[in-house]
Design a protein around this ligand. Structure first.
Ligand SMILES: Cc1cc2nc3c(=O)[nH]c(=O)nc-3n(C[C@H](O)[C@H](O)[C@H](O)COP(=O)(O)OP(=O)(O)OC[C@H]3O[C@@H](n4cnc5c(N)ncnc54)[C@H](O)[C@@H]3O)c2cc1C
Length: 436
């Protein structure tokens, strides 16, 4: 009997576990489960819609999904449709690769007002994630404040100020591109607690901000140090030097008549979201960096705006019975082992950091642990799982069905775009006509 493995979550980390198990050439039967009909996690729902080349990594995941040892069960949610105990009973190994889908809170007064939308929700909305289809993006405003100095903050700012022509090859759903193009947004303030040297942007993403057709990157030269000082590794220092050079270029570049602006607002932390029940502004306290930490200076500035997007990190609200470590916000584990027969990889294990490839060693680690712990298969795996799903009338989407969804999305694409996404599970199931 093969070793039966169920991987819960079809993002990069889930696929890297499956890939490593296949490469091991062990006798395994691998089932990949996702709460959405569509696979690929944040590659579909997080990576920016105008960065299609990054999304091409899914071609490798597709090869994995089509391997004879692998089955895909979309539209099945751990905690809603099946429990961890049921998966443990059915499979020799359960791997949790469920990511970190929630938004970290700012922790300042007023953040529950209408018009404060965390980046997980905002990015989910513009990427057509079914959870956020009905989000009101609060774009009837000239100014937007994005809080955070990482690549996600840059993605949000860029998507808001690019021209329709610049977005032709993106896969923004139609209702999203309509909403963005109809909005009066002209100014995006990207707020970082610390300075340009501490910012976490990668240089390719930062440089792109200097090349936008109708949006200028605005940097106050007074915020820019002469050179990068501080205790950085050689690699980090080089990255920061490149970023500093790009920001210096932005600070002296002519506007060239560009109508929109992205303001790099360093040394400022949000202390209050202002407004009656709806956001009218963000109150920031100016900071200085002492020993790498941002300290308030007691000087305040208000930015008038109708939308605040905190892009400051992610959280996980774990499904029932999944062991959770409050201190790290991740699934409790010892280097990937959660409990007997249960493993974790990816963001749910390490927290929300790193690039797509960072999840690969995690996946390999989980696969190696499974093969170390389980020498022979003893549990039925997918036959028991499918019986359970059928007994509950759960309409799962297999990989062939996903390929039909994919083909329909590609066929519906506007000129130049790679696809027009389905943004509700109901529409995807309607296309499929019936249960898999
Ligand atoms: C906005 C954004 C942009 C990014 N852009 C880039 C980029 O350009 N380049 C780059 O290298 N990295 C980028 N990253 C990072 C990269 O996306 C992550 O490193 C990677 O997706 C993490 O993989 P994961 O498998 O751990 O989680 P995820 O990709 O989040 O996958 C988790 C999967 O689990 C499923 N799931 C969750 N809960 C359940 C449940 N209860 N039952 C069943 N299934 C469940 C989800 O539907 C999802 O498919 C970006 C991240 C974000 C947030």
């Amino acid at each position: 009997m093969p070793i039966s493995v169920v991987i819960v979550g079809s993002g990069p980390s889930g696929f890297y576990v499956a890939e490593a198990l296949i490469k091991s050439e062990a006798d395994v039967a691998i089932d990949i489960v996702d709460r959405l009909p569509t696979p690929y996690g944040l590659i579909r729902g997080g990576v920016a819609p105008d960065h299609q080349s990054t999304k091409r990594v899914t071609r490798a995941y597709e090869r994995t999904a089509l391997n004879e040892k692998v089955r895909y069960y979309g539209n099945v949610e751990l905690g809603r449709d099946v429990s961890l105990d049921e998966l443990r009973a059915a499979y020799d190994a359960v791997v949790l690769t469920i990511g970190m889908p929630g938004d970290s809170k700012l922790g300042v007064p007023g953040e529950d007002k209408k018009g404060v939308i965390g980046s997980a929700a905002f990015v989910g909305w513009y990427n057509g994630h079914p959870d956020f289809k009905d989000l009101d993006p609060c774009l009837e405003t000239g100014n937007v404040v994005v809080i955070g100095n990482g690549n996600v903050a840059i993605d949000v700012a860029r998507v808001l100020v690019k021209t329709p022509a610049e977005m032709t090859e993106a896969d923004l759903p139609r209702h999203v591109s309509d909403a963005i193009q109809a909005s009066p947004v002209t100014d995006v303030y990207m707020v970082g607690r610390r300075g340009p040297v501490e910012a976490k942007f990668t240089n390719v993403e930062l440089r792109e901000m200097g090349q936008l057709e109708n949006a200028a990157a605005i940097v106050d030269p007074g915020d820019l140090p002469e050179e990068v000082t501080g205790d950085w590794s050689d690699r980090d220092k080089r990255l920061r030097e490149r970023n500093l050079a790009s920001l210096k270029e932005f600070s002296t570049a002519p506007r060239d008549g560009k109508a929109k602006s992205v303001h790099f607002t360093f040394y400022a932390k949000p202390v209050e979201i202002v407004g009656p029940d709806r956001v009218t502004g963000a109150r920031l306290e100016k900071t200085r960096v002492v020993n790498g930490r941002a300290e308030g200076t007691g000087a305040f500035v208000d930015i008038e705006c109708g939308l605040v997007v905190p892009a400051i990190g992610y959280t996980l609200d774990p499904p029932q019975d999944v062991p959770f470590d409050q201190s790290t916000g991740t699934i409790r584990n010892d280097n990937g082992r959660v409990e007997d027969g249960v493993y974790v990889a990816g963001w749910a294990k390490r927290g929300p950091s790193g690039v797509i490839g960072t999840n690969k060693p995690d996946g390999q680690n989980a696969a190696a642990q499974i093969l170390e712990d389980v020498k022979n298969g003893s549990k039925p795996g997918r036959t028991q799982f499918e019986t359970l799903l059928k007994s509950r009338n759960i309409e799962w989407v297999d990989f062939a069905a996903w390929q039909r969804i994919d083909a329909a999305e590609v066929a519906n694409a506007p000129p130049g775009a790679p696809r027009e996404k389905f943004v509700t599970t109901a529409d995807m199931l309607k296309l499929l006509g019936s249960a898999s």
